[in-house]
Design a protein around this ligand. Structure first.
Ligand SMILES: O=P(O)(O)OC[C@H]1O[C@H](OP(=O)(O)OP(=O)(O)O)[C@H](O)[C@@H]1O
Ligand SMILES: Nc1ncnc2[nH]cnc12
Length: 174
């Protein structure tokens, strides 16, 4: 796992001046690294009464880790998307990012009320994205049981915006 996380690349001033971008492309490109991250997410999921039944993955980079986890853990996946991509939208939310603002949409007829979900993304920065996704989950009548990210940027304080009661899994805190 240390080797996998050592592959995370730091890119200064991307996508705009002042942002130190954490690029996980080299982790994805490394077979053992991608497998290690996927296995760590799967191992962190609760079992028994608190088990999750659905992965909610956030476009775009969250799709990659979310899909791998869903397959490894035998779970279905709900792809929460950027605007204009879905033909049938159940709900949408607009929120602020570290750089700019964004909207997320929940596909219709995917997330059943009562579901217990794990939200997956690559990076937790300000926490706005996960907070927005968790809002969609809650409004659908489902529960966010776990939030799983590969990298947490602690200086941006995103942890304070996680949904109450959810477990938090972060493989690398920087
Ligand atoms: O905690 P936050 O401050 O909300 O930031 C984290 C989000 O920012 C990035 O997504 P981005 O919108 O850049 O999109 P991408 O995955 O499509 O590249 C990242 O993949 C997270 O989704
Ligand atoms: N600094 C950062 N690196 C990678 N992804 C991000 N998403 C938001 N901030 C980010």
């Amino acid at each position: 796992m240390d080797r996998a996380l050592g592959l995370v690349r730091e890119v200064p001033d991307f996508p705009e001046p002042g942002v130190l971008f954490r690029d996980l492309s080299p982790v994805l490109a490394d077979a053992a690294g991608f497998r290690a991250v996927t296995d760590a997410f799967a191992a962190a999921l609760p079992s028994g009464a608190g088990a999750v039944d659905t992965v909610v993955a956030i476009e775009a980079r969250g799709f990659l880790f979310g899909a791998a986890l869903a397959t490894a853990a035998g779970l279905g996946l709900v792809a929460v998307r950027k605007p204009g991509k879905l033909p049938a939208v159940a709900d949408r939310v607009t929120y602020d990012l570290e750089y700019g603002s964004a909207t997320l949409e929940l596909p219709a007829d995917t997330l059943a009320p009562g579901s217990r979900v794990v939200i997956v993304d690559d990076v937790l920065a300000t926490g706005g994205t996960v907070e927005a996704a968790a809002g969609l989950v809650e409004r659908a009548g489902a529960t966010t049981a776990v939030v799983a990210v590969v990298v947490e940027l602690t200086a941006l304080g995103g942890r304070s915006r996680l949904p109450g009661g959810a477990d938090f899994v972060s493989l690398l805190s920087v």
